[in-house]
Write a protein that binds this ligand. Structure first.
Ligand code: SAM
Length: 302
């Protein structure tokens, strides 16, 4: 029996095609890099990184290591949150001299909860071209695999660290009729989860999108009332990177409705539905019949 070698993969020819596309001079290329898995980089990003005169980056050590994985070595220019303005001026002058500069952050898409926006603003203000090279984004990856049904999403990013400010921001989001997207550091995941449950009540769904594209990737969805227990069930869950998605208010819901839901949820946990609705009507000033219907719904969901 003769065996034939499989056809060689089509990558070399597509890479050649990509390298022959137009990459204008005097342009800032905003390049998305992986959020964990080194394989998640586009062919166009690789090409731009290889032809760029320099790469502006958040952390030169990280970016040097990343480039090394792709067999690249480039001049690196530090452009982080503490020097973004000065870095922008330097980059503008290099672009004006005809160079191509790539801008990357430590992970994912620059200027999304990462430095980059000031540089882009300065380059555009100087009348120079900025080209996005789309790719990995933790927020979009979580939305794509989280399984919440949404037509809209609202990107919040990182919440304030101080409890009172954090709660205020969350309260302002109560009536937003869109999936809410949060970034959070691992050492704050437990307290942020508790704050989400406190403000949004027990019934909204939350999605924990943890360590996306990495070895210990985990995507878990549950009602907010189960969220704290899920974190506590495994000490590893206080480690790793997280995107949190929280189901939005239904289109008709208002901050008032959310508050009424909160009151009803507390009361139906202790009282018969009819009595809970009557008390909630007194507290909120809303119609008893509507609250009764809503209480029955909430009861069913628990
Ligand atoms: N610019 C990046 C992007 O495009 O998504 C985000 C950078 S922001 C400084 C870092 C935050 O993004 C982390 O604290 C975490 O909330 C989220 N994140 C980044 N990588 C992630 C991953 N692999 N899995 C889950 N969340 C991640």
């Amino acid at each position: 029996m003769t065996s034939t070698l499989p056809n060689s993969p089509p990558f070399p020819s597509i890479m050649q095609e990509v390298s022959q596309q137009v990459y204008p001079l005097s342009t800032l290329y905003v390049v998305a890099t992986p959020i964990g898995n080194t394989g998640d980089i586009t062919l166009r990003a690789l090409n731009v990184l290889s032809i760029a005169d320099a790469v502006a980056c958040e952390d030169t050590r990280n970016t040097a290591q990343l480039l090394h994985r792709y067999g690249l070595s480039k001049e690196l220019i530090a452009a982080h949150e503490h020097n973004e303005r000065e870095a922008a001026a330097k980059l503008v002058s290099r672009l004006q001299s005809g160079q191509r500069i790539a801008l990357v952050s430590d992970a994912g898409t620059p200027a999304v909860s990462d430095p980059g926006a000031r540089i882009v603003d300065a380059v555009r203000a100087a009348g120079l071209r900025v080209m996005p090279l789309p790719g990995a984004s933790a927020a979009v990856s979580a939305l794509s695999a989280g399984g919440l049904l949404h037509d809209r999403f609202y990107f919040v990013g990182f919440l304030p660290v101080k409890a009172r400010q954090r709660e205020q921001v969350l309260e302002d989001l109560l009536a937003v009729p869109a999936t809410l997207v949060f970034y959070e550091a691992p050492h704050r995941i437990a307290e942020t989860t508790a704050a989400l449950a406190k403000v949004f009540g027990p019934h909204r769904q939350i999605v924990f999108a943890r360590e996306l594209t990495k070895l210990f990737e985990e995507i878990h969805r549950c009602p907010l009332q189960e969220a704290e227990a899920w974190i506590a069930a495994d000490s590893n869950r206080e480690k790793g990177e997280y995107v949190l998605l929280v189901e939005g208010a239904t289109a008709a819901a208002s901050a008032d409705d959310a508050e009424a839901d909160r009151i009803l949820s507390i009361l139906i946990a202790e009282l018969p539905v009819k009595q809970a609705a009557a008390l909630a009507a007194q507290i909120s000033g809303k119609k008893k019949n509507a609250l009764y219907e809503r209480a029955l719904q909430l009861k069913q969901e628990t």
